[in-house]
Design a protein around this ligand. Sequence first.
Ligand code: HEM
Length: 312
Amino acid sequence: MAEDDRKDATRDAVGREIESAMNGQVSGLPPEQAEALREKIRLRVREEIERDLRARTASDRKDAAHLAKEARKKEKHGEEGETFIRFNRNFRFQHMVMFSSVILLIITGMPLKFPNFILSRFVINFWGGIQYSTIVHRIGAAMLIYFMIHHFLYTILTRDGRRDFWLLLPKLEDAKDIVHNIRHFLGKLPDKPRFGRFSYIEKFDYWAVYWGCIIMIGSGLFLWFETDVLRFLPKYALDVAHEMHSDEAMLATLAIVIWHFYNVHFNPDRFPGTLLWWHGRMSEHEMKEEHPLELEEIVARRAKESAEVSNG
Ligand code: HEM
């Protein structure tokens, strides 16, 4: 209300000023000519004011749109507040080795499973023929084996590794979270479940890779060293290994493309993806959204530590 009064007072003052300026211009003219000139000036002034106003609102709107865009960007990338280290350098390195090797293995393995598919010939020719593409498959396999050994040692020998392994074990809470989330998706519960350091989605991802690596490395070694295997085991053992390798490859590829890609790339909250795997950091905003229980634990721990320090 006070804002409207102020605007009216400004408008009156401007009107009075224009009128007195106009009177100065038309003084001495016959009354009809003076009125015609006044009308002309009024029209010109109105046009100018309107143009000015239009320009101002357009730039205000542009500013507002720009600010809103910046705010959305900031919120999305979580530039506000503190950032938290979610994955340490060692873990990020393991993840990079793992996903590079899996991509290489899928690209070089699938053309063997689907040799008649139109892209298979192109991929095999890209590596210089089947004899080279199978060598690249073995290079990918060696990288995956290295990753598995590295991760195993990391889990046993480091504090972060032991903590994460323990937190990644499935618990009763996960089953409750799944039910909660389904009810949330169906619109029966307003809020999504509040996750700790690892949600059931991330646990599924982790154990799918764990299981997948054991099957793929085990069966892959059988195929790699088939003559040695045949010295000790019957032929059907090799056939079983081949079947396992081939089917689990399909399952792993689909799990990655459907489950993992949806959760980390195509989910509207994440699209087109995050660089967490590269820098390992998560913003306070993202922590609140995705791991609120872990954030609460961190805050409580810090409060306790600072209380201990101040108590001497
Ligand atoms: C994510 C991991 C992997 C994927 C997706 C994958 C995929 C595949 C596929 C689709 C085939 C063709 C199977 C068929 O003929 O039906 C294949 C063959 C083969 N894979 Fe893998 N593989 C993986 C890991 C491994 C590992 C870890 C090893 C070795 C330890 C390995 C060794 C082999 C060997 C020796 C063959 C037989 C063909 C050849 O001589 O290259 N693979 N793989």
